[in-house]
Design a protein around this ligand. Structure first.
Ligand SMILES: [Ca+2]
Length: 111
């Protein structure tokens, strides 16, 4: 990692941001401009993030406002962090399968 964003990384980020924005709009069922935990679960699932109830509750506690809902800015930030964590995790699986086979398959996430 250089700390700089190359062209390919920029294109990936740009596409991800558009996908997440689209997912937010599609899964904001009541069109209130925010997501409750049920909408959040469906949105994350739509782009491949299958999260446990425990993790969803943790995300809700971290990102939701006092009304218990998440706005689009926090949704985008959370999605970016989740993608970074999940990508890092799967890169480590590919580089060190044997070590990960010895683990429980559970990893801690600090959002
Ligand atoms: Ca909503």
């Amino acid at each position: 990692m250089t700390g700089k964003l190359g062209r390919d990384e920029f294109v990936t980020l740009y596409n991800d941001l558009n996908d997440w924005k689209k997912a937010f709009k599609e899964h904001d069922v009541d069109e209130g401009g925010t997501m409750d935990i049920h909408e959040l679960r469906r949105a994350f699932k739509s782009f491949g993030f299958r999260l446990s109830n425990r993790l969803l509750v943790a995300i809700g506690r971290r990102y939701a406002n006092k009304a218990g809902v998440i706005d689009i800015q926090d949704f985008m930030l959370c999605s970016c962090r989740l993608k970074t964590i999940i990508t890092y995790y799967y890169e480590n699986i590919n580089s060190d399968r044997q070590r990960l086979a010895q683990t429980s398959g559970v990893f801690r996430v600090n959002l």
